[in-house]
Write a protein that binds this ligand. Structure first.
Ligand SMILES: Cc1cc2nc3c(=O)[nH]c(=O)nc-3n(C[C@H](O)[C@H](O)[C@H](O)COP(=O)(O)OP(=O)(O)OC[C@H]3O[C@@H](n4cnc5c(N)ncnc54)[C@H](O)[C@@H]3O)c2cc1C
Length: 395
């Protein structure tokens, strides 16, 4: 049974987008759930899957053709990530290779784009780690303390990041660091800068990586910088304006995370429908009982509604229009809908939902992340309250 992924008229996907969806679905079918399950058990990285995806050009979807990418939009990138998660996979292992380069593309110099983008497009260079979050600042990014002090033609970097994902599978890291103290008054976002760190060039001991073991298979780390030297030419854009550059990339990230949640939601619903149609208890398939059927139908409705908002956000983004409200709504609604679908599916599977062989508990753990990261949903609600509804700021 395959549920329709067709949105309402007006936000309908075109033939090329449908072809793309089918092609990604086909690729994912070569990586069955047993593949992801074994990696989950070993906390392994999906090297084969990422290589196959890279070789097919999908991770270069958002890189313009002049730099060797596919020159596609966020709508198409979202379809790719959605299909990975819908198949039972976990796009978080590599999704950032698609969008971190956006900071270089939008704010980098011509030389930086020429140097990095073609190699990122081919997969020869992995830029899939970004270090923003710090233990003491948390969601309050302007309070970060990692310092990059200019000394001649180098920055000398000291400080600590936390939750830096995929750093062990990346060549470059996009770092947000403070290049001057936070202003007492006025623009509190000034003084932060984005710097591209070439992890391969760091001298031994300058970068210390301590893995964090999480409830799902997600390579994430504490990262410590000890007098790390980085050439000044690795600064992206203007010194002090890095917070704006990071904000710029957030709409894209939120829309793509929403797409992954939609994929997760569809996975859960398809599995729940299938299982509850086959499992017979008290003489009937359990899917006949409304106590089982209605939570699945309700989660399906939530996913369908969230999908429309995410497509609306993606279409606006690709048209170069403002989409902050839609991107935030899409992330909020999709992460809640996938969590709703996860619970409905878990319930429908009864005890078997807890058995690893059914993949429900694995995906349940994976999709839970998106209520909290890359931005906690409370912060999205604050954005909606303050920036969309014009209510008073709480922080
Ligand atoms: C697996 C994983 C991978 C991650 N990968 C990366 C990565 O690659 N790079 C990176 O930079 N970061 C990464 N993160 C960090 C992630 O972005 C943060 O965890 C997230 O933004 C929340 O920050 P925090 O954990 O410090 O929570 P806190 O900011 O401490 O928040 C804790 C709780 O308080 C609530 N809260 C805080 N302030 C307010 C407020 N003003 N109003 C209402 N509620 C509030 C939050 O909603 C949350 O529920 C990752 C996190 C995880 C768990």
């Amino acid at each position: 049974m395959t549920l329709s992924t067709q949105p309402a008229i007006g936000l309908q996907l075109n033939e090329e987008q449908e072809t793309l969806r089918r092609a990604v679905r086909d690729l994912c079918s070569r990586f069955p759930n047993s593949y992801w399950r074994e990696l989950d058990a070993q906390e392994g990285y999906p090297d084969d899957f990422v290589k196959t995806l890279t070789d097919a050009g999908y991770l270069a979807a958002l890189i313009p053709e002049e730099f060797g990418g596919a020159g596609l939009g966020i709508t198409e990138a979202g379809i790719i990530l959605e299909e990975i998660n819908r198949s039972g996979g976990n796009a978080a292992a590599c999704h950032a290779q698609m969008y971190i380069m956006g900071t270089v593309l939008r704010h980098g110099s011509a030389e930086q784009k020429r140097r990095y983008l073609p190699e990122i497009a081919s997969g020869a260079l992995r830029l899939q780690a970004f270090a923003v979050t710090e233990p003491t600042a948390g969601s309050d990014t302007t309070k970060i303390r990692t310092m990059a002090v200019r000394q001649g033609d180098r920055y000398v970097i000291n400080g600590q990041k936390v939750w830096t994902s995929r750093v062990q599978h990346s060549d470059l890291l996009l770092l947000l660091a403070r290049t001057s103290a936070q202003a007492e008054e006025g623009d509190k976002t000034f003084g932060l800068s984005t710097i591209l760190v070439d992890l391969r060039q760091a001298a031994p001991g300058m970068i210390e990586v301590r893995p964090i073991h999480t409830m799902m298979n997600h390579e994430t780390n504490e990262v410590f910088f000890h007098d790390l030297e980085v050439p000044v030419e690795n600064l992206i854009g203007e010194e002090g304006r890095g917070f704006r550059y990071i904000l710029d990339g957030m709409n894209a990230e939120r829309i793509l995370i929403a797409a992954e949640c939609i994929g997760d939601g569809r996975f859960f619903i398809e599995r729940a429908v299938q299982y509850s149609s086959e499992r017979v208890v008290f003489g009937s398939p359990i899917g006949k009982y409304q106590g089982v059927q209605f939570p699945i139908a309700r989660a399906y409705a939530a996913i369908a509604a969230a999908d429309l908002v995410r497509l609306q956000a993606a279409v606006l983004f690709d048209a170069g229009q403002k989409c902050g409200a839609e991107a935030n709504l899409a992330k909020l609604l999709s992460s809640e809908a996938s969590w709703q679908a996860a619970n409905a599916s878990m319930d429908a599977h009864g005890g078997y939902g807890f058995a690893k062989d059914y993949d429900i508990e694995r995906k349940f753990r994976e999709t839970r992340l998106y209520l909290t990261a890359p931005v906690a949903n409370n912060l999205i609600l604050a954005y909606l309250g303050q920036h969309v509804l014009g209510m008073p700021r709480s922080y």
